[in-house]
Design a protein. Structure first.
Length: 133
């Protein structure tokens, strides 16, 4: 899977439910707010290693750029362009394979947790996840 796709999936995994996000600024859009919260959660879980420093700084840069958006369209454009740029920068460094492996691991771990919850729930209904292997 491409690094940009992994980044988008990882951010979506950390994105909170819409009604739980409180705005720090009145003029921020829901998409920007949710993505900023997801980025903070994701960055807090990143290992404190040199391999993750580029990913960490790229995500924090995206977070700061989202603080200035005025609508969801602008937020989505910034997310797409920043994640694409970050993906290209990551692919040009020797540690890109470790970053990709880390992103895959957190997505697979989350997918397995959802599967376990679905199987142990008394009212378990068949679920589908967007993660195909």
């Amino acid at each position: 899977m491409c690094t940009s796709c992994l980044l988008i999936s990882a951010i979506m995994m950390f994105t909170p439910a819409s009604d739980g996000v409180q705005a720090n600024q009145v003029n921020q859009t829901p998409l920007a707010q949710e993505t900023q919260v997801a980025i903070v959660k994701m960055v807090n879980q990143l290992p404190k290693s040199s391999e993750m420093s580029l990913l960490r700084s790229g995500l924090l840069s995206l977070r700061s750029r989202l603080a200035t958006v005025k609508n969801d369209v602008q937020a989505q454009n910034i997310i797409n362009s920043e994640l694409s740029s970050l993906s290209q920068r990551l692919s040009n460094v020797p540690s890109s394979e470790k970053v990709t492996e880390y992103l895959e691991d957190i997505l697979i771990e989350d997918d397995n947790e959802q599967l376990i919850k679905g199987l142990t729930s008394p009212s378990a209904k068949p679920q589908t996840w967007g993660w195909l292997r």
